[in-house]
Design a protein around this ligand. Structure first.
Ligand code: SF4
Length: 204
């Protein structure tokens, strides 16, 4: 770990697009991300599936990969999956349109937090530099220091969103063990629907 709330974090986005083109970065998605992306893609599930996919953890995956995933894998008939953004063949994100993100206002949680990521250690939320960011993000070290309270708030919101997502997936996985497992596509759709229901509940 290379950071915590007590250290100064200084960064300002330079719109380099390096994070969106980094071949080593995968953007995984919570149910809230999935629903937001579904709405920005005109609620067209066919279009959605052209942009959103899933990463499969199979028996050939290194056990450390699963341990380092912050999102709980979903058990499906296609294997253990984690929803994520597709990439073009050249490894840039499908939503990247030089020099910007084409869905900026609806971008996923991890993109909104970049170059930071948040983890919980010994019941404490700490902020760390996201994978590769110190090598590739030209915005690090630029601008005024980020306020401690805004970073803290983002950390709390992020981990709350991840926890809620993981709880939903755990419930889904218990149900799946008792009946025909969903396909990966059906699981994505179930999470979109869940995201919509949650959104409606929050608006009431
Ligand atoms: S969704 Fe937008 S911000 Fe996130 S990686 Fe893709 S282009 Fe970049």
């Amino acid at each position: 770990m290379n950071g915590n709330f007590s250290r100064e974090k200084r960064f300002t986005c330079q719109q380099s697009g390096h994070c969106c083109c980094d071949p080593d970065i995968i953007v995984t998605l919570t149910y809230r991300d999935l629903f937001r992306l579904f709405t920005v893609l005109y609620r067209d599930f066919r279009l959605f599936l052209q942009k959103i996919s899933f990463y499969t953890l199979d028996s050939s995956s290194h056990p450390l990969i699963e341990r380092h995933m912050v999102l709980e894998p979903i058990l499906t008939s296609d294997g253990k999956i984690i929803p994520g953004l597709k990439k073009h063949l050249n490894k840039t994100c499908v939503f990247y349109s030089h020099p910007n993100c084409s869905i900026y206002s609806a971008r996923p949680l991890s993109c909104r937090n970049y170059p930071l990521a948040f983890v919980k250690e010994n019941k404490q939320i700490i902020s760390v530099w996201a994978k590769n960011s110190q090598k590739t993000c030209p915005g690090i070290g630029k601008g005024s220091p980020q306020s401690l309270s805004s970073i803290e708030q983002r950390g709390e919101q992020t981990l709350e969103e991840i926890e809620k997502h993981n709880n939903v997936v755990k419930e889904l996985n218990i149900e799946e063990r008792n009946k025909r497992p969903l396909s990966a596509r059906e699981a994505l759709w179930t999470l979109v629907i869940y995201g919509e229901a949650q959104q409606k509940q929050m608006q009431q």
